[in-house]
Each structure stands twice: as structure tokens, then as C-alpha cells.
Design a protein around this ligand. Sequence first.
Ligand SMILES: NC(=O)c1ccc[n+]([C@@H]2O[C@H](COP(=O)([O-])OP(=O)(O)OC[C@H]3O[C@@H](n4cnc5c(N)ncnc54)[C@H](OP(=O)(O)O)[C@@H]3O)[C@@H](O)[C@H]2O)c1
Length: 238
Amino acid sequence: MATGFNVVLGAAGQTGLECVKRLLVVSDLPTRAVVRDTAKLAGALEPSDKLQIVQGDVTNPVSLREVLQGARGVIFAAAGKGYWSAADVDFKGVQNLAEVAKDVGVERVVLVSSMLVTRKHWLHPMRIILNNVRFSLMDNKLKGEDALRNSGIDYTIVRPGGLGNGAGGQCTFVTGQGDLMPLGNINRADVAAVCVEALTNPGAKDITLELTAKPGLPEEGYEAGLKSLWKGLSPGVH
Ligand SMILES: NC(=O)c1ccc[n+]([C@@H]2O[C@H](COP(=O)([O-])OP(=O)(O)OC[C@H]3O[C@@H](n4cnc5c(N)ncnc54)[C@H](OP(=O)(O)O)[C@@H]3O)[C@@H](O)[C@H]2O)c1
């Protein structure tokens, strides 16, 4: 039987909160929701014996070590706030996580990144806009991805398309690799379901994938679709 607990970093963020909710429903392990200010989660979640709300900051390796000691899986759903935040949070925050997670024996790290992150799209108008919304956002996200890929820890990197806040559980997942897929959208709740599945699915090990969704359920159903979406994806490709 699995021991330990799962951790969501950036748990008060819109995708992070969906990850916590999903974990509380589908995982037998406790879920540790890590936020910079625990007051931010007040009233956002149903009380649960399996839920721990803990203060932590991905820019501080000491803080990360405290919240990750004993963890089994970790989802990084944090994203910087403020124009100059991408280097500290989206790059070095992931780098800190990879180093500490490896050190304390975390089994898998799942990172929420973004489509268009690779340099092959450096002249794509949307990438240029995103790189200016926060200084060098996409370049720093890619550096964060690379730090995780090169860390030696088991990882999954999920690169969603445009995020929406609609209900989850009603779509068919569309996946790609190599940052070549046409742009599309997906609800945060569905990204969260994929991130949570990635924590334990053997097929998600060392996978980097792009992720969007189309309306309507697959013939096999939503939950089976989550289990099977890793088939045909290759470790290491990015
Ligand atoms: N928006 C889109 O369409 C889109 C598309 C593709 C990919 N993405 C990516 O998807 C991810 C999730 O997006 P989202 O909109 O769900 O995020 P979000 O709501 O902006 O949440 C980000 C969270 O990160 C937390 N955070 C910031 N700095 C932190 C730190 N130093 N330590 C710990 N936590 C920290 C913030 O906490 P505080 O509450 O304390 O500030 C916030 O709750 C992001 O990486 C984003 O770039 C977004």
C-alpha cells in the first residue's frame, strides 16, 4: 500500500485548487495544499481528514524542504505574480522543487507548464505576448521544464492550451508532443485530472505533453480516457 502524501504547490491558484479537489476525491493518500498565505484557502475547500493546508514558498528551498519531507507525489501549479516574477517562480521555483524533491525521495513531480513554451515558437505572436505579460515568462517556463527534465527525478510536464473555468469531466482529451499541436483550450478542472493521474500512472513517467480538450466524452468514458491518454506518448520527447 502506498504511503506518504501528495503535495500541490500553488494550491490557492485556479489550477492548483482544482488539483487539490481532484486529489481529495480520487486519492487514498492525504493531500497537502501549499500556499503562501493559508488564509487564501479559507472556505475554498470542504473540510476533510485527508486535507492539510500548509504555508510554503517555492522560491525558498528551506520552506520547500519542510513541506516536501515525506511526500510521495508533487504537483507544481504555482505561477509568479508580478512583472519580474517569472525567473524566480516559473524557472527557479521549479529548479528548487526538482532539487529538493530528489533529495527527500519524492517519487514523481508533475509540472503545469504551457503550450508554445519551446523556442521553435519564439516568433509566434501569442508567445511574444506571453513573454511580455510577465518578463520572459515563456523563456523562464522552458528553463523550469529543462531543470526538471534534467534533474533525474521522475516527472510529467503538462503543457495545456488556453485555460477555462468550466466544469471538468465532460471532454475528450487531445494530446501532442514536441510543441507542434494546434492551439486549443481546456478547463482547469480537466488539466487537474490529468495532473493527478500523472502522479501514479506508469505511462506518465518522463512524459512532456501538450494538452487540450474537445467537447463530448470519448467512447471509453472520461476516467478510462485519463488512464489511456499516455499510450503513444514517448518519454523524453519535448
Ligand atoms: N491562463 C492560461 O490560459 C494558461 C494557459 C496555459 C498555461 N498556463 C499556466 O498554467 C499554470 C496555472 O495557471 P493558473 O491561472 O491556474 O494560475 P494562478 O491562478 O495564477 O495561480 C498561481 C498560483 O501560484 C502561486 N504562487 C505565486 N508565487 C508563488 C510562490 N513563490 N510560492 C508558492 N506559490 C506561489 C500564487 O499564490 P498567491 O495566491 O500566494 O499569489 C497563485 O495561487 C501557470 O503556470 C500558467 O502560466 C496558463
